[in-house]
Design a protein around this ligand. Sequence first.
Ligand SMILES: NC(=O)C1=CN([C@@H]2O[C@H](COP(=O)(O)OP(=O)(O)OC[C@H]3O[C@@H](n4cnc5c(N)ncnc54)[C@H](O)[C@@H]3O)[C@@H](O)[C@H]2O)[C@@H](O)CC1
Ligand SMILES: [K+]
Length: 508
Amino acid sequence: MRIATAERMRELDREAIEGEGIASLTLMENAAAALADRAMVYLHKQNVPRAVVFCGTGNNGGDGAAAARLLKEAGVEVRAVLVGDRDNMTGDCRAMEARLAQAGVRLEPFSDADPDFAAWALRAGVFLDALFGIGLRRAVEGDCATAVHMMNSSGIPVISADIPSGVEADTGRILGVAVEAAETVTFTYPKVGHFVGQGQICTGELTVADIGIPEKLTQVLEWDLWSVSPEELELPHRARDAHKGSFGRVCILGGSVGYTGAPVLSAMAAVRSGAGLVSLEVPAPIWPVVAGKLEVAMPRPLPAGKDGALSLDSCEAALNRVNSSDVALIGPGLGRNNSTAAVVRHILAHTERPLVLDADGINALEGHIDVLDARRGFATVLTPHDGEFARLGGDLSSGDRLGVARAFAAEHGCVLVLKGHRTITAFPDGNAYVNTTGNPGMAKGGSGDILAGMIVSLMAQGLTIRQAVPAAVCLHGQAGDLAAEEFGEYSMSPTDLIHKIPLTTKHF
Ligand SMILES: NC(=O)C1=CN([C@@H]2O[C@H](COP(=O)(O)OP(=O)(O)OC[C@H]3O[C@@H](n4cnc5c(N)ncnc54)[C@H](O)[C@@H]3O)[C@@H](O)[C@H]2O)[C@@H](O)CC1
Ligand SMILES: [K+]
């Protein structure tokens, strides 16, 4: 699904209003109708016909005032409060206040709300949060923060208009404090803040309402940001006369003494995700262990040092094996010793094959980012978690994960899969995908090895890198969700996740 920025939404609203002659109050009425519809669902569910609407002074507040009127007209007991300085009210917000007054409801100033307001409000069936929408510019403080705290501590479900107030639309950061909504009704397109960072958690259920922006305005737009969910994925059919060579040769370079599980998980995931041939290149000392664990892929030994990790002697053999595959994954369980890291960098510098780097494959670039930069033009996918990303110089302290991921991918000419809650896949040309599947039960050692195996597997099967990487991330999360459904988030294991991969792919 397309994800919009605040600027994109303003452009679209402006074009609809100025170019197409649609009244801004009509858009606002449509937005309010969607909000009121959802509010009625909550009121019916709880059988409490009372609502409180918290309005800001901008157009988000206008949505709220209009929704308050619609609820009143539907027979709901409504009180609406204006939080903020009345002098700052936008024209449309004032117009909706006037319509609300005509329906017999006063927009009460929140700052001097009568003492029994809180007691009255706490018996409501739903709160509407219309303090700030995409116009939020600075930290929420004062009365606005008080109103947010009141909503959050009430135990009453909150429906946010457009975006939870306090969430920055373009980043998902919380500015000061933010409403923790049960549901958010957004307009036309979802925003970055609904998917990324804390904003996603504050959003609750997300409903996207059509408020009457003409389709011809949206059809022509170039887009660079999407959310990815399982129902949107397409994997190619497997031709009836196909053979194993039709589905790619994957080479996985990983493992060291002490880390025999990681490369095995990657290899099993790669097989489960459809790759035709999977070979697993491991240091010789662990080869017998890996060969014992793995029937579905081909483990092959490489020269190792005394410590049981790849030695410099393995450079040429490892490079040859990468070069004789279609795509290679480098890193799971490789270990962080100097000679292994040097082998990794040797391969990066000498192969034109598409590569996926995970774990110690990424760590080998610490202090050597120039080796990555030199591969510009060849496909390189990096799958760091925050710690590995920091080792590459990635700085997430701003809280803008999407912005930082995009900047890194563009600067280093790579595909960056920034793992975490709502994994982001950023391409060097600025296009980016935000994943919507997955759960905290996947926050366990081994999940990343599986993801890397799924990515390399889909890349080997003839999908474009643009199709393969976001799809693998999404299927991985979906398999995790299925594992959590069956075993729970505490007990599900990475192997359970691998066993769920077939359920995510069998309908393709
Ligand atoms: N015609 C349109 O443009 C439409 C707008 N709609 C609604 O309008 C919203 C955008 O409206 P606005 O651009 O007026 O902005 P908002 O209503 O989001 O409010 C921002 C207002 O508050 C001020 N402000 C920002 N941060 C603040 C803070 N931390 N503390 C105190 N004041 C702060 C801003 O200066 C601005 O005046 C959308 O999110 C959506 O809900 C919808 O009605 C659909 C149509
Ligand atoms: K809001």
